[in-house]
Ligand binder design. Structure first.
Ligand code: BEZ
Length: 209
């Protein structure tokens, strides 16, 4: 069965371009982003992995460890990395899992046989420090993901984890947030000087620091 929000992200041991890792141990107390790509030496994937490398500082700021996976072997990953570096003018600075035996792809249901029997789709799993799945996304092979959106949603997840707030449609960092329904208006008024009540169930406040 596929993984659902709130499930514990399956642990595994895998060979990667940065050595063998035990996933949960490698995550430690950080957030994690595990994302699959269909295959090495393919155009969209080359742009995605380059973009991820270029965003290293953004992921670090958010305490997110990033790790990629495809069903190619280690030798293939290592031959491909110089191309990613060259095309994107960067250095791949995160591990890529060599999942030739499809162990990780199977645990995370990343192969969708009606799309492709052979390759992983573009899955994303954001995992919290409690090792639970906080976000899943699935894109087809032909559509490169929007990494600004991934950062945006991580910002939203982390706000919710740290404060009792949710984020409205098209929210971006710095915009006002919504007080979650579990907080009564009486309590919200005590907590937030700037509370703006649009409806009894729709209450805005400034983004917590
Ligand atoms: C790509 O990464 O460019 C790609 C991979 C599989 C199918 C289509 C595009």
């Amino acid at each position: 069965m596929s993984l659902r929000l709130g499930d514990v992200a399956p642990d595994f041991e895998a060979q990667t371009t940065q050595g063998t890792i035990k996933f949960h141990e490698w995550l430690g107390n950080s957030w994690g982003m595990l994302f699959s790509h269909p295959a090495d030496f393919t155009p969209v994937c080359t742009t995605e992995l380059g973009r991820t490398a270029l965003l290293k500082g953004e992921f670090e700021k958010r305490n997110v460890k990033v790790i990629a996976v495809s069903v190619d072997d280690l030798e293939s990953h290592n031959r491909w990395i110089p191309d990613i570096n060259e095309v994107n003018n960067t250095e791949v600075n995160f591990p890529i899992i060599a999942d030739a035996d499809r162990n990780v792809a199977t645990l995370y249901d990343m192969i969708h046989p009606n799309a492709s029997e052979k390759a992983t789709v573009r899955s994303v799993f954001v995992i919290g420090p409690d090792k639970k799945v906080k976000l899943t996304l699935t894109y087809p092979a032909s559509t490169g993901r929007n990494f600004n959106e991934l950062l945006r949603v991580i910002d939203s997840l982390q706000l919710t984890a740290n404060s009792q707030v949710a984020t409205p449609a098209d929210w971006k960092a710095g915009d006002d947030v919504i007080v979650v329904p579990a907080v009564s208006t009486e309590d919200a008024q005590k907590k937030y000087d700037d509370l703006r009540i649009v409806k009894p169930y729709l209450r805005y406040t400034a983004q917590p620091k």
